[in-house]
Design a protein around this ligand. Structure first.
Ligand SMILES: O=C(O)CNC(=O)[C@H](CS)NC(=O)CCC(=O)C(=O)O
Length: 275
């Protein structure tokens, strides 16, 4: 068994303050004996407008946030999965990406969010991610890590089971959903969707969440979770945002194998398409 840590922060437009929050979480994860730390979507910053978000984006070679976390990973020998922004080609948009920094501080995997969050909910959030973000175009194959074989997805991707099913078919044992869910949609759907993805893929689901007010206009739901392949919540945080927090869980890969062996989910791909 190995311990995984899920981290919860409240990012603002200040990259240095956000890095400081993540540094606290690295120390907490190391103290808890974790072998990997999972951080939320957009940990580097959350801007108060599309224009501000685009103007803050830096390449990983020039991002004080990413360089700082690489140093932390290397010094602590702790792999870190973290959501960031990167400038897209042309300079008018950015990419919403998720990187895996290994225990040597190297960026070894990168996934670009496939589904963008464009919503107009009456009395609820109005957000148009596609105005400032370029969508990704591929599912990243799962890769080996000290906590198991990890498949990457981000936030709103959670609502599209095709990605998690494809990752499971490619042998993922853990699926990540780093997020910055809105409060109304999180209240209604967050835990149900995460548990459903864990149950139907018979995988661990690790979902690090942004929590609390990022600026005057925007607030996130929090409630970071780790769910086991039987659908049980094995680590949970609340909506706290006053200080960065972690929760940890044992990742038991023999449980993944047991659940899959006891209840094989054999797809009828002769009837519906395989994803
Ligand atoms: O804006 C940034 O910098 C970081 N990106 C986000 O916070 C994204 C796009 S606005 N948030 C979501 O996808 C929330 C999804 C959600 O809440 C749901 O599916 O219900």
């Amino acid at each position: 068994m190995v311990i995984a840590a899920v981290g919860q922060i409240c990012s603002t437009a200040s990259m240095s303050a956000n890095l400081a929050q993540c540094q606290v979480l690295v120390q907490k994860a190391v103290a808890a004996g974790a072998k990997a730390l999972f951080l939320p979507e957009a940990s580097d910053y959350i801007g108060s407008s599309a224009a501000e978000s685009v103007s803050l984006a830096r390449s990983v070679q020039e991002s004080e946030f990413v360089l700082g976390l690489q140093k932390e990973a290397k010094n602590s020998k702790l792999p870190i999965n973290v959501g960031i922004h990167e400038p897209a080609q042309g300079g008018t948009k950015l990419k919403n990406t998720l990187i895996w920094i290994d225990e040597n501080g190297e960026i070894v995997q990168r996934y670009q969010k496939l589904h963008l969050f464009d919503v107009e909910i009456k009395d609820g959030p109005i957000l148009k991610e596609s105005a400032s973000v370029e969508k990704g175009s591929e599912i990243l194959p799962p890769f080996e890590t000290p906590v198991g074989r990890v498949g990457l997805a981000i936030c709103f991707d959670l609502r599209f089971p095709e990605i998690s099913l494809a990752l499971k078919r490619q042998n993922a044992q853990i699926i990540t959903y780093p997020s910055a869910f809105t409060v109304p949609t999180g209240t209604a759907h967050w835990e149900s969707l995460l548990r459903a993805r864990a149950i139907e893929t018979q995988s661990y689901v690790i979902a690090a969440a942004q929590a609390g007010p990022h600026n005057e206009k925007r607030r996130s739901y929090g409630h970071s979770l780790i769910v086991n392949p039987w659908g049980e919540v094995v680590a949970r945080l609340g909506d706290e945002f006053s200080e960065p927090q972690i929760a940890t869980a044992d990742i038991d890969l023999s449980l993944v194998a047991k659940v899959r062996a006891e209840m094989p989910l054999l797809r009828r791909t002769d009837v519906y398409p395989e994803v």
